[in-house]
Design a protein around this ligand. Structure first.
Ligand code: CO
Length: 212
């Protein structure tokens, strides 16, 4: 476990390594950012976005919260999407959940979790949407893993529901929305290959926000 006292020493070594690799690295980043990716992930300490993707500062715009939720009334997540798509013009939006997610596990328990109840209800809503499929899975761990995946899929749908994503996609052909799952037990990322175009077509019957 990292000690608080080690952090600044680690930081200085990290700066040196980056300058050795690329002397202009920090001076180039000082003036602007131009990331191609928006990563929406869980706040879990075991899922550090840049590290698991092997990316450097400047490569990815990041938003994290408990259980990687995209809620329409959450001004934080909505502002991140608005800025990343509208201003930074990201080409890909990734919703990345993970097996072993404490938020998803908590939502499967019948317990009063205080302030977290409202947040985790979003995951319970996903369960209700897929209750038949999930209840049919007898193994508790398999059911939990499937809910992690379905939650990722539904949060992708929530990203696609936003006006800025719909409008920008129609105008430019991007961003594309992807659902990934990370396995904390082996470090591997997997693309759930959520059919973006199909979902966009289906939800536009109800959620269409741009004029044709
Ligand atoms: Co989590």
């Amino acid at each position: 476990m990292a000690r608080y006292e080690d952090v600044f020493e680690n930081n200085r070594k990290w700066v040196e390594r980056n300058i050795d690799r690329d002397p202009e690295f920090f001076s180039r980043l000082a003036t602007h950012q131009d990331p191609d990716l928006l990563f929406i992930g869980c706040a879990d300490s075991r899922v550090p976005p840049n590290e698991i993707m092997g990316l450097y500062p400047g490569d990815v715009f990041v938003h994290r919260n408990i259980a990687n939720l995209v809620v329409s009334t959450d001004i934080n997540a909505q502002s991140v999407i608005e800025y990343a798509v509208g201003q930074l013009d990201v080409k890909h939006i990734i919703v990345c959940g993970h097996y072993g997610c404490g938020g998803v596990a908590a939502a499967m328990q019948p317990a009063d979790l205080g302030l977290l109840n409202g947040w985790l209800r979003e995951i319970r809503d996903v369960y209700r949407l897929y209750q038949e499929e999930l209840d049919a899975i007898e193994d508790t761990d398999a059911r939990y893993r499937r809910l992690v995946e379905l939650n990722i899929q539904e949060q992708c749908v929530n990203v696609i529901k936003t006006a800025v994503v719909q409008k920008t996609y129609v105008r430019t052909g991007h961003p594309t929305v992807h659902g990934w799952v990370y396995d904390v037990s082996n470090g591997l990322l997997r693309d759930l290959e959520i059919p973006f175009g199909e979902i966009l077509g289906n939800i536009q019957e109800i959620y269409r926000l741009e004029e044709t």
